[in-house]
Design a protein around this ligand. Structure first.
Ligand SMILES: O=C(CO)[C@H](O)[C@H](O)COP(=O)(O)O
Length: 213
C-alpha cells in the first residue's frame, strides 16, 4: 500500500520545504489540480527535479484531448497522470497510449461516475494502471466520504490497483485500511494538520502496520 500526498492549496516553496521534511514517508506526490492551475507544468518539473526518488502524479483530470494533455504532463516529468472516468473511452485510450509511449501510468478518477461496477470493468479492459474512487471537496462539504465507493470498487475490480481520495486523515484512515486500497491519497489531512510532518509520519506508520501483516 502506498501513501500519496496531494498538494492542492499550498505554494510551491512551502511544498518543496514540506517534502524535504516528509520525503521518507511519502511514495507518490500529487501535483493537485489547483496547484497545477497556479504553477502549470513548472510545478511538476520542480518537484520531479528536487525529489527524484518519489513518484510524481499530475492530477490533470483530463476530460478531452487525451493524448496531447497527457503528453504535456509526462514530458514535464510526471510518472502518473489522471483522466476522468466519466469521459469517453476514446479519450481514456488516448491517455493510455501516451502513457505507454512515455513509460508513464494512468490513474482514472471516478468522481461523479454513477455506475462504479460497470465503469470499472470497462476501465480494466482499457488497461489503465489505477482506478481511484474520489469524493471531491464540494461533496465532502455536503458530508460525503469515499468509503462506500471504496467498498464497491474493491468488490468488483479484479486486477487493477485501487486508490481512494477524499478527506482522509489520521483518524479516519483506519476505516479505509480495512479495504486495503493500493494507494491511499491524503491532501488536507497532512497539509492542514496542526503538525504536517507528524501527520505524514503517523499516516505512514499506520500504512506500514497494515503492509507488514
Ligand atoms: O483531487 C483532489 C481534489 O479534487 C484532492 O487532491 C484529493 O481529494 C485529496 O485531497 P483531500 O485529502 O484534501 O480530499
Amino acid at each position: 500500500m502506498k501513501l500519496q500526498l496531494a498538494l492542492d492549496d499550498i505554494t510551491l516553496n512551502d511544498a518543496l520545504s514540506l517534502l524535504k521534511a516528509i520525503e521518507p514517508y511519502i511514495d507518490i506526490v500529487e501535483v493537485g489540480t489547483p496547484f497545477m492551475m497556479e504553477y502549470g507544468m513548472e510545478g511538476v518539473r520542480s518537484i520531479k527535479q528536487s525529489f527524484s526518488t518519489i513518484e510524481v502524479l499530475c492530477d490533470a483530470k483530463i476530460m478531452d484531448a487525451g493524448s496531447y494533455e497527457a503528453q504535456l504532463t509526462f514530458e514535464a516529468g510526471a510518472d502518473y497522470v489522471t483522466v476522468l472516468g466519466v469521459t469517453d473511452d476514446l479519450t481514456i485510450e488516448e491517455v493510455v497510449r501516451a502513457a505507454r509511449a512515455h513509460a508513464g501510468k494512468v490513474m482514472v478518477d471516478m468522481i461523479c461516475v454513477k455506475d462504479l461496477k460497470e465503469r470499472s470493468q470497462r476501465l480494466e479492459e482499457l488497461n489503465v494502471d489505477a482506478i481511484a474512487v474520489h469524493t471531491g471537496v464540494d461533496q465532502q462539504a455536503a458530508g460525503r466520504t469515499p468509503l462506500d465507493d471504496l467498498k464497491v470498487l474493491s468488490k468488483y475490480v479484479k486486477k487493477t490497483p485501487i486508490a481512494v481520495a477524499g478527506g482522509i486523515n489520521q483518524q479516519s484512515i483506519k476505516d479505509y485500511l480495512t479495504y486495503r486500497p493500493d494507494i491511499l491519497i491524503v491532501g488536507g489531512g497532512i497539509i492542514h494538520a496542526d503538525n504536517p510532518v507528524e501527520a505524514a509520519k503517523n499516516l505512514a506508520n499506520q500504512l506500514k502496520g497494515v503492509n507488514s501483516v
